[in-house]
Design a protein around this ligand. Structure first.
Ligand SMILES: [Zn+2]
Length: 274
């Protein structure tokens, strides 16, 4: 756990205590975040450990190599535009063997998971880059703990959190709070604005990594054709497929210019090698 400066700690405590004292309204603002960056990592790593212990993981083979290749290209590209703290995130991806799940997620702090089911829709590296760059943007913009802050503000839980999280990791109350908060990370809805922001940032990231951003439009059209049955991250609080495709099209000139500047430095990004 990062050692905080006393002043920062006092301010953090004051903000957290204020949550119960009626500043839930402040915390309901989209960008307010009661968690520290280090807590993003702590909570994300905890949730990731749960996923790794409970889900059937793909541990070798071409599908895993495919996912890891895209991760290795996207993370450095994302860091170009990300806040500096993201460089310290312990970026890592697992592939979960679940063909019926069309999903992927990136936890606060940079731990990611891709379900094998989404690979049928992403089709190739550029298609997977659409999904993963979007998820990475959620982590660098800290949408997870922002959404958690709003949820705690609504439930009056901010002050409790302030007391508990100032304790150390040996405190059983701290461990229980980390466990219960991290367990809910996977069910959070970030909200439409956050989703559109992740689409926008993700589009620039994939272009910077050398993936043709026009693939994003094709990917969302394929997702639209899939219809229902999608898990929470992609559900009702997401913008409609039509809305996000419209936004992506409006951002394509900027993204294409970035992508074109990468061509010739690493070859075409549209190869279908999976
Ligand atoms: Zn999202």
């Amino acid at each position: 756990m990062e050692k905080k400066k006393p002043t920062t700690t006092r301010i953090t405590r004051a903000f957290r205590a204020a949550g119960l004292a009626g500043l839930g309204l402040l915390a309901s603002c989209a960008n307010f975040n009661t968690f520290s960056v280090q807590e993003d990592v702590t909570l994300g790593v905890r949730a990731y450990e749960d996923v790794r212990s409970k889900e059937p993981l793909v541990t070798s083979g071409p599908a895993l190599e495919h996912v890891l290749r895209v991760t290795e290209r996207l993370v450095p590209a994302a860091l170009v535009d990300a806040p500096s703290f993201a460089e310290k995130f312990p970026w890592e991806t697992v592939l979960i063997q679940e063909d019926s799940t069309l999903n992927a997620f990136c936890l606060p702090g940079g731990k990611m998971a891709v379900y094998t089911g989404i690979l049928a829709v992403t089709q190739d590296e550029a298609g997977l880059a659409v999904v993963m760059a979007h998820e990475i943007a959620h982590a660098t913009a800290r949408h997870g703990t922002q959404a958690m802050t709003r949820q705690l503000a609504l439930s009056g839980g901010l002050a409790m959190l302030g007391v508990v999280l100032e304790e150390n990791e040996l405190n059983p109350e701290y461990s229980m709070a980390i466990a219960s908060i991290s367990a809910t990370l996977l069910t959070l809805s970030y909200g439409r604005d956050a989703e559109l922001e992740a689409d926008r940032v993700g589009l620039i990231t994939m272009a910077r990594a050398g993936y043709d951003p026009r693939v994003a439009v094709e990917f969302w059209q394929r997702m639209e054709a899939q219809g229902g049955g999608a898990p929470p991250e992609w559900l009702s609080t997401h913008p409609s497929h039509g809305h996000r495709i419209e936004q992506i099209r409006s951002l394509l000139p900027e993204a294409l210019a970035i992508w074109e500047s990468t061509q010739g430095r690493g070859g075409s990004s549209t190869e279908s090698d999976f």
